[in-house]
Design a protein around this ligand. Structure first.
Ligand code: SF4
Length: 381
């Protein structure tokens, strides 16, 4: 349930009930927090470079990371990569069933594999057995760009019905092997097609859904396309794990993923900065200040809010609902707000350091309170 939805019902998002599966130690579906994923783009055979990128993704907040396994060198390196990663890894497998088995043996927490594409029933059986033996879940990943020929002939072009039929065909293969630890994605680069396919799939099966608008494009336009597509589905309650697919640094995918979830009140991580666009009334340079603060506060993971508003038109009102606030005033000074209340006057000079210190102190206070709360919950059990 979204934050404060009991007093603000218009903020409430009713999530689609789904079965829960595990990706390593991370639950997906069944009401678990919506997880954010990305994918490495280093050669997997270069274990050091891949581990380095996974580390950066972990620091940015990734819950799960996917790693491609196109060849044997990759699955050979996967063992070391999986050993060093702190988050569960999904091995991305296409066609070569042996890579799937090798990745499961090497420590993959999940295989992204379409059982209908790997050939004979014996091969499918072997992959399912390897997944079972090594505690791997699976993701069936249908992509509008690589639909099976018979479905394209039947439907004439990639359409929601064809994508859902493909997904259910793959799912049936796993179900026939009594394997139910899987999630599904039905991605397209067109958000209309993506959303319609997920809506139909959500009604057709109860497994968790991995959301994404595939090949969404470069940072800005891809972010917008993903926000519209993913935002639409998440708002209607669909989705258990997300990957924003950008032609940009994978770290950006994690940041955008969290920002989408934050905007919908579905997950909170780090400082949610509320800032005005600024205008002639601004008492300080809002845009520059927000840019600097965003960088200086990037290390904070505690969910909290900060308002940076140029003048008294909107500043005091926004500050009422944020943990820390600053509102521009006249004569080179503004007002600092703490917990929604006026705290003290602050000269624009030195204001950034003051805000950073206040946010860090508030984050420490919230962390300490959360620790006490979870300790008393444990004691009460
Ligand atoms: S809050 Fe003040 S400075 Fe910011 S945009 Fe509104 S009027 Fe302009």
């Amino acid at each position: 349930m979204s934050e404060l939805s009991h007093v603000r019902p218009w903020r409430h998002i009713e999530r689609r009930p789904s079965r829960q599966i595990m990706v390593g130690n991370v639950p997906v579906g069944g009401g678990a927090p919506i997880t954010v994923q990305s994918m490495t783009n280093t050669p997997t055979s270069d274990a050091a470079a891949t581990i380095d990128q996974i580390r950066q993704l972990e620091e940015a907040g990734a819950d799960i990371v996917r790693v491609s396994c196109p060849d044997e060198e990759s699955t050979a390196a996967f063992r070391q990569i999986a050993r060093e990663a702190r988050v569960p890894l999904v091995a991305d497998i296409h066609f070569h069933y042996k890579r799937g088995i090798e990745a499961a043996q090497a420590g993959a927490a999940c295989l992204r594999i379409n059982p209908g594409n790997i050939g004979s029933p014996d091969r499918v059986r072997e992959v399912v057995q390897a997944a079972r033996d090594h505690g791997c879940s699976m993701r069936i990943g249908v992509n509008a760009g690589s639909l099976e020929r018979d479905l394209l002939e039947k439907y004439g072009e990639p359409c929601p019905e064809a994508m859902v039929e493909s997904a259910l065909n793959h799912a049936r293969i796993l179900q026939d092997h009594d394997f139910h630890e899987f999630k599904i994605s039905v991605k397209a680069s067109d958000p209309f097609l993506t959303v319609a396919a997920y809506q139909q799939l959500a009604d057709a099966i109860d497994c968790p859904l991995h959301l994404g608008v595939t090949e969404a494009g470069p940072l800005r336009s891809g972010t917008i396309k993903s926000s519209i597509g993913l935002g639409n589905m998440l708002w209607s309650g669909i989705g258990d794990t997300i990957r924003v697919s950008l032609a940009a640094d994978p770290i950006e995918e994690i940041k955008v993923g969290f920002d989408i979830l934050k905007s919908l009140g579905l997950r909170h991580r780090g400082v949610n900065i509320i800032a005005c666009p600024s205008c002639a009334r601004q008492g300080f340079n809002v845009i520059e200040t927000v840019g600097i603060l965003e960088e200086k506060l990037a290390h904070i993971t505690t969910p909290m809010s900060l308002s940076i508003i140029g003048c008294v038109v909107n500043g005091p009102g926004e500050a009422l609902y944020t943990d820390v606030g600053f509102t521009g005033g006249g004569k080179g000074a503004g007002m600092v707000y703490l917990n929604g209340k006026i705290a003290h006057k602050q000269a624009n000079e030195g204001m950034i350091d003051e805000i950073v210190a206040r946010v860090e102190a508030k984050a420490a206070e919230l962390d300490a309170a959360r620790k006490v709360e979870s300790a008393s919950e444990v004691a009460a059990k």
